[in-house]
Design a protein around this ligand. Structure first.
Ligand SMILES: C[S@@+](CC[C@H](N)C(=O)[O-])C[C@H]1O[C@@H](n2cnc3c(N)ncnc32)[C@H](O)[C@@H]1O
Length: 280
């Protein structure tokens, strides 16, 4: 199962690697991504089942397909290159676009609503929580004072006025990350899918998660750590009372990161961390 199909690059690799008998359930909430994946995966015919659905619908999808379990699950989290590079989707401040940022265009919440309608305190909270933005309050105040904020470049300029450049990244990077996470409820989805994924795997099956920022990676890391232990009682407790049993083993304790060559070929891979766990 590829829960984040995108343009179908990973899915094509999975299908090629499981030739001739492997079947793949691929999901994405973005119809544009799904159209690209359909084209890319057409050569695999009936071996690929593609669905416009959130990956958190995995249990329902398995029932619909009549599959008891799957042998592998891949989640390549975040936005795709196609989404970043399509100005009308509003993910990038490098080109102007509407404040949209929805993976799923049927999602009723857009970045424009958050930026132009949410109270200052709530805005500051998401910038701090999802962007780890130390200047969250200052930025929220500046956004409120600039309302209505029309597009991505206006928003980036508002942030740049109150937050000076630190290091190589544009000062609006964390604000854009925070808005995208909030619009798409990304962290909630990750928290929800991890136990569902482990439940859906056949023994010996593997769950691979690629994350692009520390908030996501932390959720995956902590989940893998906890679920690979037989006891999760506080360390000082002399006798185990939790009755917890490990359901997975971590394939490597450290995340797998891209090589220099891969980063040279694809600079967006720079911050990727891959964690893999195997169902016991
Ligand atoms: C980083 S891209 C995946 C790229 C893909 N691995 C490829 O090879 O092209 C992430 C994709 O996940 C999708 N996505 C994000 N959250 C999702 C969710 N909760 N359910 C399903 N798809 C989701 C996005 O729309 C985006 O297309």
């Amino acid at each position: 199962m590829d829960g984040t199909l995108g343009a179908g690059g990973h899915a094509a690799g999975l299908l090629a690697g499981s030739d001739p008998g492997g079947q793949l359930l691929g999901m994405d909430v973005d119809p544009q991504a799904l159209a690209l994946a359909h084209l890319k995966l057409a050569p695999f015919g009936e071996r690929a089942w593609l669905k416009k659905a959130p990956y958190t619908s995995l249990p329902d999808q398995l029932v619909e397909l009549g599959w008891d379990s799957v042998d592998g699950i891949l989640l390549d989290l975040g936005a795709s290159s196609m989404q970043f590079d399509t100005p009308e989707r509003g993910f990038s401040f490098l080109v102007d676009g509407p404040l949209d940022m929805r993976f799923d265009p049927s999602n009723p919440l857009t970045a424009a609503q958050i930026v132009n309608e949410w109270p200052e305190q709530e805005l500051a909270d998401i910038l701090f929580r999802y962007g780890e933005e130390p200047a969250s309050r200052r930025i929220a105040r500046a956004i409120i004072a600039s309302r209505p904020v029309g597009g991505t470049q206006q928003l980036a300029a508002v942030v740049e006025r109150v937050q000076h450049r630190r290091g190589p990244h544009h000062p609006a990077t964390q604000t854009f990350q925070a808005l995208r996470i909030a619009v798409n409820a990304e962290l909630e989805s990750v928290e929800k899918i991890l136990p569902m994924a482990v439940q859906a795997l056949a023994p010996g099956g593997r769950l691979a998660v690629i994350s692009f920022h520390s908030l996501e990676d932390r959720l995956v890391k902590e989940y893998f750590r906890r679920e690979s232990k037989d006891c999760i009682c506080p360390p000082r407790q002399p006798i185990c009372t939790c009755g917890h049993k490990a359901s997975i083993k971590e394939i490597s304790r450290r995340p797998i990161t891209p090589t220099e060559t891969e980063i040279d070929q694809n600079s967006r891979a720079r911050s990727a961390k891959l964690r893999v766990a195997e169902k016991l």
